[in-house]
Design a protein around this ligand. Structure first.
Ligand code: Z5A
Length: 204
């Protein structure tokens, strides 16, 4: 595959959506062809599963069912949208991917990372992002930023602060183990400062 697959990860309200949109604009302005997408979702099947996962009560799903649903949405997304775009040579920018499942379901919901990795390998083999940008934020700040958002996709906002702390630690731990793929950015800074840090990675 000739394109580049870049994922954005981080806790709630860390600014992923804001920054990925800005990066897409900079890349397009510099003449590169991009596909901007997100998880859960990104395909018709994935969007239908998104509704099941992000609305309703915090304890609506057993952690195993929840993990299977996230991975089912991901398989649809990768096979119908991401791989074809990479084959066309595009830069794929994806808001959340496997690392979110490793951290949210593997660590925070207690299934274990190996469980999530095995499910991933079984369904998608060794397909992986080329780079992952982790926007690292104090969960108190992130959750308060996310509350400004409207809509009914609030299922994860109802989690305890301790849950969000575990999420933060989980992402940072992944970056320590595999510094080749992950780039951590301090997302407590202003929108402009974070954007500058992201652009520096791509020399934009
Ligand atoms: N989830 C999971 O459990 N397992 C999985 O495998 C996957 C996901 C893929 C929904 O994801 C939930 O799904 C997510 C994990 C779970 N829940 N949590 N927590 P999502 O990506 O759709 O939702 P989210 O992570 O909650 O995104 P978000 O709240 O929309 O946050 P964001 O995209 O990181 O931030 P934003 O929308 O760019 O910014 C939020 C607000 O802050 C907005 O008003 C901005 O204008 C403002 N903002 C952004 N940057 C700044 C700075 N630097 N300063 C001040 N204000 C800022």
């Amino acid at each position: 595959m000739s394109g580049t697959f870049i994922t954005f990860e981080g806790g709630e309200g860390s600014g992923k959506t804001t920054q990925i949109n800005l990066l897409e604009k900079y890349l397009c302005d510099s003449g590169r062809k991009c596909l901007l997408t997100r998880e859960p979702g990104g395909s018709a099947g994935g969007d239908a599963i998104r509704q099941l996962l992000l609305t309703g009560a915090a304890d609506k799903w057993h952690p195993v069912s929840e993990t299977l649903l996230f991975q089912a949405a991901r398989v649809e997304h990768v096979e119908t949208l991401i791989k074809p775009a990479l084959a066309r040579g595009e830069i794929v920018l994806c808001d959340r991917f496997l690392d979110s499942t490793l951290v949210y379901q593997g660590i925070s919901k207690g299934l274990g990372m190996e469980y999530v990795r095995q499910l991933y390998r079984l369904t998608l083999g060794n397909f992986m992002p080329d780079f992952t940008i982790i926007l690292d934020i104090d969960p108190q700040i992130g959750v308060s930023r996310a509350k400004r958002r409207s809509g009914n996709e609030t299922r994860f906002e109802h989690m305890e602060m301790e849950f969000h702390r575990k999420v933060r630690e989980g992402f940072l731990a992944l970056a320590v183990v595999n510094p080749g793929r992950y780039i951590v950015i301090n997302a407590n800074q202003s929108l402009e400062e974070v954007s500058l840090a992201v652009r520096r990675i791509f020399a934009l």
